[in-house]
Design a protein around this ligand. Structure first.
Ligand code: KG4
Ligand code: ZN
Length: 337
């Protein structure tokens, strides 16, 4: 078998390993989630995450090789997330990858996590090609990008405060919903009326491609606090739906405007928030009226996963973009660097 890349991802709270052939075919994908570990804190605790990666990394490596039916000696390269992410978590993956690449005598590939999220789409849709608009939204990031060609990025806008997933998680926590909050709010919103409360749509018409969610989050919290204090009856589903409508309104508006301005025929979603049903449906409708196609990966490729790292790693290997064995993990690594 040829073209095998071992992918390793440990940037946040998922220990993930994968074997991918020629950047397109997933032979195995292991995602060991720490979500249960962090649930009672309502968010990822960095110290606990690093320690949990240490415990999970070797079993996850063995499982990926076993599932793929290959041995370490079959690998043509080792690709690992270099950043951005939690430094103590990144170091576990980067150190493991360095040791493997060194002992196997194969190239080490240091992958940008944000770029890899976008590449999850190329992995899943073999005929997809740039130019396109990509919207990446997760627990740590919100970024709107014009991708003119492979590996060429123009960042159009970003969040100026909370990441999209972070806002979902914080609002969910205040409403007493589970962790992570995005899927809970998404599910509950189906039962609620999004027009119950008109929450602010920050930066909706400011002409930029930036996003701001911290004011919205505060508005939801203040609204609910007042209702609780006065004892007025309310449905949590209505609040969830009203919050989600405010988030999605701005996202749909800005993504659509970016696609039109750049003349893009394709838009891709990436990151955990790409799983949001309302975003997918409303954006899909809006774009299809304009003749633009919307793509998003299946759930296991939306969330943090090593298959996307291996897929992008393969492309980087073809381009000769390999890393020295003393490459550093980097907590903040912008897209395109
Ligand atoms: O990409 P991801 O798995 O991890 C990183 O943060 O890198 O994203 C996780 C985030 C969480 O904040 C979670 O609440 C959010 O994605 N999320 C959602 C949905 N599913 C997951 N947000 C909104 N709607 C969803 N259906
Ligand atoms: Zn991520």
């Amino acid at each position: 078998m040829e073209g095998l890349v071992l992918g390793i991802e440990t940037s946040c709270d998922e220990t993930s390993t994968a074997v991918v052939r020629s950047g397109r075919e997933i032979l195995s994908l292991v995602i060991s989630s720490q979500v249960d570990l962090h649930r009672r804190y309502g968010g990822v605790v960095p110290e606990l995450a690093g320690r949990a990666h240490l415990e999970a990394i070797l079993p996850a490596l063995q499982e990926a090789l076993r599932d793929a039916g290959v041995g370490l000696g079959d690998m043509d390269a080792v690709a690992v997330t270099r950043g951005p992410g939690l430094i103590g978590s990144l170091l576990v993956g980067v150190t493991a990858a360095k040791a493997l690449a060194f002992s196997l005598g194969v190239p080490l590939i240091a992958v940008n996590h944000l770029e890899a999220h976008i590449y999850a789409n190329f992995l899943h849709f073999p005929d997809l090609e740039p130019p396109l608009i990509a919207f990446l939204a997760s627990g740590g990031h919100t970024v709107l990008v014009h991708m003119a060609a492979h590996r060429r990025y123009e960042v159009l806008g970003e969040t100026v405060d909370d990441a999209a997933g972070e806002a979902y998680d914080k609002v969910a926590r205040y409403l007493g919903l589970g962790y992570p909050g995005g899927p809970e709010i998404d599910r509950l919103s189906r039962e609620g009326d999004p027009q119950t409360v008109r929450f602010p749509r920050a930066l909706m018409h400011d002409g930029s491609y930036d996003f701001s969610l911290s004011g919205l989050k505060t508005a939801v919290i203040n609204h609910v606090r007042k209702l609780r204090e006065t004892g007025a009856p309310f449905e949590v589903a209505d609040i969830a739906a009203s919050f989600q409508a405010a988030v999605v309104d701005v996202q749909v508006h800005k993504i659509t405007r970016a696609a039109q301005e750049k003349g893009a025929e394709r838009v891709v979603l990436a990151g955990g928030v790409a799983a949001n049903r309302s975003l997918r449906e409303r954006l899909g409708e809006e774009l299809s009226r304009l003749g633009i196609t919307l793509y998003y990966p299946p759930m296991n490729l939306c969330v943090d996963n090593a298959a996307m790292i291996a897929a992008l790693g393969w492309r980087m290997l073809q381009e000769g973009d390999t890393a020295p064995l003393d490459v550093d993990a980097s907590a903040s690594l912008p897209l395109g660097s």
